[in-house]
Every structure is written in C-alpha cells, then in structure tokens.
Design a protein around this ligand. Structure first.
Ligand code: ACO
Length: 330
C-alpha cells in the first residue's frame, strides 16, 4: 500500500533541571527582572549544566515521542536532528540513533537555527510523501547557553536550553496541509554564531585557518522588525496553500523568541490571544527546540486535541523563516 500523506502522531520534550531566574542574571550583567519581563516576557530559562548534553536531552524527548506514537525505536526509518548546537560539529543525530537503539534508521543533523524545526518538518514530510520512508523522528534541540556571551546583556537574557521531538508517519490522508519556507542571506549579519579564525603557517607556503566559534551576536531591533513583518506573510502563504482562512486555525505556535513578537504577529494576523500558545516565560528562546517544546506541553495539557489545526512558524538566523499548517494526529 502506498501512503502518500503524513501524520504527526506523537510528541515529547525535555529540559535541563536547573532554572535560571531573571533576578540571578543581574548578578552577571546590569539588568533587572523588570527590564527582561517587560521587553521579552521571559521570567526564567533552563540551563544545561555539565555533564548534561544535547544528545541526552534529545534522547529523552525522543523516547517520549516514540512511545506517544505507539511505535518502537526499531520502527524508525529516519532521524532528523534540527540543531545549531550539536555536541559534536560532525553531528549528534547518530549518537541519538545509538542511544535509542534505532538500528534501522539513518540519522543526520539539519542546521537552520530557530527555523530548524519547521524546515525539518517539511524535509521529513518529503521523505514520507515520496514513499521512501514510513516513520520519521524529528527532533529540535539546542543548548545555546554554551554559545552565549554571559557578559552581553543584550543577548544573554534571551536564550535557554531544551529539546522537543515529534514522530511523523505515513498516513492515508495528508495532515500537512500547507507550508512555505524562506531564506534571505543578505541579512545574515543580523544574527550570528560565527567562526573567527586567523591564518597560521603550517609549512612554508601553506597557511591554515585556526580559531574558534565566537559567542552569539545579534542586532535585536532588526531581528524584531524582520520577524513581525515576515512571519505573518509566510503564515498567510502557507494558509493559502492549505486553502484555509485564519479563523480556521485552532492554535498558533510560533518560535518562542519573545512575547512581544508573539503578540505582534498574532495581532497582525487577527488571531485572538486564547489561540496563541506561549511558554516563553518559563524557557526563554530555546531555538530549534521551542516549537516542539511548546507543542508537546500543549498536547500533554490536553489543549491540543486530535484534528486541531495548528499554524506554526519558525524564524531566525540565516536569516531564515518558514511556516507550516498541520492537523494534529492521524
Ligand atoms: N537589561 C537592561 N538593559 C538592557 C538590556 C538588558 N538585558 N539589554 C539591552 N539593554 C539596554 C540597551 O543597552 C539600551 O540602552 P541604551 O539606550 O542606554 O543604549 C536599551 O536597553 C534599549 O536597548 P534596545 O536593544 O533598543 O532594546 P529593545 O527595546 O530593542 O529590546 C530586544 C531588545 C528585547 C532584544 C528586542 O530588540 C527584541 O525583542 N528583538 C528580537 C530579538 C529576538 O527575539 N531574537 C531572537 C529571534 S531569532 C532567534 O530566535 C535566534
């Protein structure tokens, strides 16, 4: 039987045990709970302490998603890990594959910063829709605390660590109703975690570059402007493809960057507050993890029910942005 539709059949999530409240950040930089809360809506974030690892968090989230989908790791054909902060620059997906015992699955990393989960969702769906694979595990996970400059108050207050996962399965009807993905590298310089190397002579006539990645740098105002303009546009595009109107959306799950961005996007789209899922107050911006983390919490709280229509959008470094409209469950 050829199934050319996809369904998202299970979710899971995991965050580090340690919370870092806004107040404690004022021990590090000149800031206040009042400033952070009023500008971002963030009250606390989770921080991965050594020896916590990205693959460890991702494995916990994955086990939950696999069990919620009613399958076993041995059923997986593909594992996609959306992350910008792997434990190993060569990738962490294979480590997760081994920890899960997903012996049949091919596993690889996908890097698209805060758009990673939405880009991964669309990528995973293509493998299923072409009939190549039946069961795909998609993980969004990031440990940005490793890459934050803890002396830079403009960025260190924004980010947190976490992991979320979903299982996509071949399905008779297609529950991915529409999507749109975008990139604009001309604005790349607004948000970076860049490699900074200098030339070193290896042997006469041959120089190599030696250096390291630098902490995150961001032009907050430009990223804000970009998000509130591009995200409503791309959601509109995905809705058009799905042949749905805004009022048919049950839930809006945006990348949890900042409560002000969530509010502005919802307002531009005319989506009422009670349909907007937000947990940014508790976790800050967890990059590729933020959408599956918010999704999983809402599913476990019983907010999101089978057949609900969800509009999701990821946006961030690249710059990159994208939206997907899907129906929850089979
Ligand atoms: N505490 C206290 N003061 C601060 C802090 C802080 N943590 N950070 C900045 N300030 C100060 C600045 O130094 C500045 O002071 P000055 O006027 O004396 O120079 C003042 O506050 C205003 O700074 P702005 O940067 O103009 O503050 P703004 O109102 O733009 O808010 C913010 C900053 C919250 C970062 C906002 O621009 C924003 O939300 N941008 C979007 C960023 C974002 O969400 N990025 C992630 C999305 S993409 C991704 O997820 C990877």
């Amino acid at each position: 039987m050829q199934n050319l539709g996809i369904a998202i059949t299970g979710s899971g999530s995991a965050v580090p045990a340690t919370s870092l409240e806004n107040q404690r950040l004022s021990e590090l930089v000149e800031t206040s709970d009042e400033w952070i809360t009023s500008r971002t809506g963030i009250r606390q974030r989770r921080i991965a302490l050594p020896p916590e690892s990205l693959s460890g968090l991702a494995t916990i989230a994955s086990r939950q998603a696999i069990s919620a989908a009613g399958i076993t790791p041995a059923d997986l054909d593909l594992i996609l890990l959306a992350t910008s902060t792997p434990d190993d620059l060569f990738g962490s997906a294979c480590k997760i594959q081994a920890e899960l015992g997903a012996t049949k699955a091919v596993a690889f990393d996908l890097t698209a910063a805060c758009s990673g989960f939405v880009f991964g969702l669309v990528t995973a769906a293509q493998y299923i829709k072409t009939g190549v694979y039946q069961n795909v595990l998609l993980i969004g996970a990031d440990i940005l605390s490793r890459w934050v400059d803890w002396q830079d108050r403009r960025t260190c207050v924004l980010f947190g660590d976490g992991a979320g996962a979903v299982v996509l399965q071949a399905n008779q009807s297609d529950r991915l109703l529409g999507f749109s993905l975008k990139s604009d590298g001309t604005q790349n310089h607004y948000l970076n975690l860049a490699y900074n190397g200098s030339s070193q002579e290896l042997i006469p006539g041959i120089n190599v570059t030696k250096g390291t990645y630098e902490p995150i740098t961001m032009n907050g105002k430009e990223v804000y402007r970009f998000a509130v303009q591009r995200v409503p546009e791309v959601i509109d595009k995905a809705l058009f493809q799905a042949n749905l109107s805004v009022d048919q959306i049950d839930w809006l799950i945006l990348h949890q960057a900042n409560q002000r961005i969530l509010n502005a996007v919802a307002q531009r789209l005319n989506i009422p507050d009670h349909k907007v899922i937000s947990n940014v107050a508790n976790y800050g911006n967890t990059s590729a993890a933020s959408i599956p983390l918010a999704l999983d919490e809402a599913v476990r709280q019983g907010k999101i029910k089978p057949n609900d229509i969800i509009a999701t959008s990821g946006f961030g470094a690249g710059l990159s942005w994208g939206a997907a409209i899907f129906q929850w469950g089979r």
